[in-house]
Design a protein around this ligand. Structure first.
Ligand SMILES: *Cc1c(COP(=O)(O)O)cnc(C)c1O
Length: 304
């Protein structure tokens, strides 16, 4: 499939000044450059799903998310690019003047939005409800919330394959954990994977993901939920100050929903002596910069 990535991912060194030379190396895999909207991990999770639509003759993608979901807007944009129609089932009523920038952007890419109550939304994996939702659309293809399916994990393995040998740790932010699972399945168990959940209570995913991760990696990943900053989509001045400082030192824009929180947590761990001086850490920039629109006036950079 042609059009995406617009730019190839690359590896950039994080400056020693940022981590105080307390470990041997911190590098970053820049997936954020792949595409402005179908950015970072989202393209990898979507690509096999889109491929299935095209080869299977599906014309219409249904997917799910909240008002700030990067997955929704990435799906809207990708569907648009590949000539597919899309419908987003949205948790909560954001109709009319309550549309978030993310949802506006979904509509700009031609996605139909259907607002449902939390109770209805909770049926998102219920076959009968899905059939009812899609019955008038003839051959609708359903991608679960966050792109969290087998094809999503398979696509995320490509991210793991981009990471050269020689790293002792990989750090990645976590929503559904689909990306983390794909990376785990693509690397050897000499590597430790640290996942940083961007929502409250995300450590439950440690067990939830187990069945999707290959046996030899079962003991090699840990999900932390200490750095949610009040919950999914929440932030505070300290996080934004940190992101601005990271940008000034490294010239890399972080997003406020995921990668800002991950790098904050990682730096705290480095400073607390969690890592030996010999470790080499690969951090994964999973993109998501479109989500910065809500705090744009406080940022020193604008990558929207
Ligand atoms: C969606 C997203 C994630 C979470 O990915 P999962 O595979 O759901 O864990 C992480 N980072 C960014 C920037 C995202 O947009």
């Amino acid at each position: 499939m042609a059009t995406i990535p617009e730019h190839e991912p690359f590896i950039q060194s994080i400056r020693k000044e940022w981590y105080g030379g307390k470990v041997a190396a911190v590098d970053m895999l820049r997936l954020d450059v792949v595409h402005k909207v179908v950015s970072g991990n989202k393209w990898y999770k979507l690509k096999h799903n889109i491929e299935n639509c095209l080869t299977g003759g599906y014309k219409h993608i249904f997917t799910f998310g909240g008002g700030y979901s990067n997955h929704l807007v990435a799906t809207a944009a990708a569907a648009n690019m590949f000539g597919l129609r899309s419908t987003g089932i949205i948790r909560g009523d954001y109709s009319n003047d309550r549309l978030t920038p993310t949802l506006k952007s979904c509509m700009d890419y031609g996605m139909d939005l259907r607002f449902v109550t939390r109770e209805e939304y909770n049926q998102k994996n219920d076959d009968a409800w899905l059939e009812e939702l899609t019955k008038n659309y003839g051959g609708a293809y359903i991608v679960p919330e966050g792109g969290a399916n087998e094809d999503g994990r398979k696509g995320a393995e490509d991210i793991g394959k981009m990471i050269p040998e020689g790293y002792t740790h990989i750090a990645v932010s976590v929503g559904t954990g689909t990306t983390l699972a794909g990376i785990c399945n693509a690397v050897g168990n000499e590597v430790t994977i640290y996942g940083y959940a961007s929502m409250k209570g995300g450590a439950y995913l440690q067990d939830e993901l187990r069945s999707y991760i290959k046996p030899e990696m079962q003991g090699s990943y840990t999900i932390f939920d200490n750095w949610h900053f009040g919950g999914f989509g929440r932030s505070n001045d300290e996080l934004i100050r940190f992101m601005n400082e990271f940008y000034e030192i490294n010239d890399i824009p972080l997003d406020v929903v995921y990668t800002g929180k991950m790098m904050y947590g990682l730096l705290q761990q480095i400073n607390e002596g969690v890592f030996d001086a010999s470790v080499r850490i690969m951090t994964v920039h999973t993109g998501g910069l479109q989500g910065n629109v809500s705090i744009q006036d406080k940022l020193l950079y604008n990558n929207l």
